[in-house]
Ligand binder design. Structure first.
Ligand code: B12
Ligand code: SF4
Ligand code: SF4
Length: 422
């Protein structure tokens, strides 16, 4: 079925479609056959089998439909894949070094792309339906469709080792959308993989979420942890998250192919200034109503205020800034145990161990939730372990009596120097 390009029976319809899509703000449009991703079923099955989907159980609900457009819609004859450039105009990772600020991933720094792209896709598809007398269905992460392999098959680019589609022209920064149609359109040539020996995206990942090139264990990915994962985040991963409170761009941002990318032109999805590096203290003040107002229309709203607050508190815990203690302390009496638990963790990182231990009984006494109790207990244990390690260190560092007499240096405990718990 992939051989439809030679005759090009509907060339003019194709060109008109491409024109229309470009007018609507799409930066690239290519067409592929519905049978163009024969390896997708086995790759998806292996990914699910390995447990890499974590709690995204919906990924495994209809795998045969997800990995084969014909199983989703038996009448589909062509798959039109569209890309919209959202490349940032400045370094997307710059805010990672600002410990009192939050980093929100580039894709979420404006209106929700699902809304923006779906509206535009519907208009392009409407044109195709009327000009070509065809049936159409549009998807932008709104149905079980594997958009990345389809985009590669259509020639928009190739799946990089981080699994995201990379374009020669736009680097890692393309949103994808799809139009399935009964129209018999000419197909484009598939994308050629151009990663070569590069491994930058794999090595930069802060949580080591790639067990192998092209395979992402979502359970370790900060994007999954901050957006999809509903409960408390694995304690071992929290310190690695830094100040990323919604999504993550590290693997995308380091790709050398980004050097060809020009800043996105669709005003509704290019990064807005007030999303760039908001102060953690500002975000921590948001109650439910203020959160909904602040992030109205943005993907951030999707997590809901409490899950977002969990992420903000983790960033606060990672800030190393004792001035944030009162901000985290206020959250100890929140209604949602998810927020209370994250506040306990943040305090366990910011307070000296003795102060944390003194605070604990007051809150543990009336704590009805097991997961929050577990946070207190883990914080106390870690404090004890740190104390023990430090006293051993100090024993090792204590100089012999003769040396003390000679130098008369006052030994400062390492934790006091760092402003961290003793
Ligand atoms: C589930 C999901 C997630 C999950 C899991 C991501 C993942 N890699 O699967 C989480 C929440 C982690 C996530 C994160 C992000 N996502 Co997301 N996500 C999706 C979604 C809904 C499905 C992806 C999917 O099918 N995964 C299942 C796996 C099995 O498929 P795959 O990733 O294509 O895997 C392929 C490879 O593993 C390959 N393979 C396997 N073994 C081998 C071996 C070899 C040798 C080779 C060559 C290949 C190979 O075969 C698989 C099939 O092709 C799509 C939308 C959609 N409906 O397609 C958006 C989508 C992929 N996400 C998108 C974005 C923007 C992101 C983030 C950048 C957001 C952010 N900044 O935080 C991150 C990127 C993280 C990353 N490195 O992937 C965009 C990507 C656009 C693009 N240019 O590719 C999409 C397409 C949404 C859209 N419409 O624009 N996402
Ligand atoms: S988005 Fe971040 S955490 Fe997820 S795989 Fe990429 S670098 Fe790793
Ligand atoms: S960073 Fe390197 S390995 Fe990763 S997608 Fe880009 S070119 Fe490929």
């Amino acid at each position: 079925m992939r051989e439809r390009s030679a005759a090009r029976p509907a060339m003019s319809l194709r060109d008109a479609l491409v024109d229309r899509a470009r007018q609507m703000g799409f930066d690239d449009v290519r067409i592929t056959s519905p049978d163009a991703i024969p390896h997708a079923p086995e790759h998806l099955a292996a990914w699910l089998e390995a447990g890499y989907a974590g709690s995204m159980t919906w990924m495994g609900e209809t795998p045969e439909r997800r990995s084969d457009p014909r199983a989703l819609w038996s009448e589909v004859r062509s798959v039109v894949m569209l890309g919209m450039n959202y490349a940032p105009s400045s370094d997307p990772l710059a805010s990672l070094a600002m410990r009192d600020r939050a980093t929100i991933s580039v894709y979420a720094r404006n209106r929700d792309y699902h809304d923006v792209i779906k509206g535009k896709l519907k208009q392009v598809a409407g044109f195709l339906a009327s000009a070509g007398g065809a049936d159409v269905k549009v998807f932008v992460d709104t149905a079980p469709v594997m958009e990345k392999p389809l985009a590669e098959a259509a020639g928009l680019g190739w799946q990089g080792k981080h699994s995201v589609l990379v374009s020669r022209q736009f680097g890692s920064w393309l949103f994808l959308g799809a139009i399935f149609t009964t129209a018999e359109l000419p197909f484009d040539a598939p994308g050629t993989p151009l990663c070569g020996s590069c491994r930058r995206c794999l090595t930069i990942c802060p949580t080591a979420a790639f067990p192998a090139p092209y395979q992402l264990d979502a359970r370790r990915c900060i994007s999954y942890l901050t957006i999809e994962h509903k409960g408390p985040i694995d304690r071992a991963l929290r310190p690695l998250m830094g100040n990323r409170v919604f999504g993550c761009d590290d693997c995308l941002a380091v790709c050398p192919w980004n050097k060809f990318a020009e800043a996105g032109r669709e005003a509704k999805i290019v990064a807005g200034a007030d999303y760039r590096a908001p102060a953690l203290t500002e975000l921590a003040q948001l109650d439910d109503a203020a959160f909904r107002l602040r992030f109205a229309g943005s993907p951030v709203k999707r997590t809901g205020r409490d899950r977002f607050m969990r992420n903000v508190l983790i960033a606060i815990g990672n800030s190393g800034d004792p001035a944030m203690v009162p901000v985290a302390g206020e959250k100890l009496t929140e209604d949602n145990p998810l927020v209370r638990g994250a506040a306990v963790w943040a305090l366990s990182r910011l307070l000296p161990a003795a102060t944390f231990a003194a605070l604990a009984p007051r809150y543990m006494m009336g704590e009805p939730d097991e997961s929050v109790m577990a946070e207190w207990n883990a914080g106390l244990e870690e404090g004890l372990a740190e104390n023990l390690a430090e006293s051993l260190d100090q024993e090792r560092q204590v100089p012999a009596p003769r040396e003390i007499r000679q130098s008369a240096v006052c030994v400062t405990r390492p934790s006091e120097k760092a402003g961290k718990r003793p």
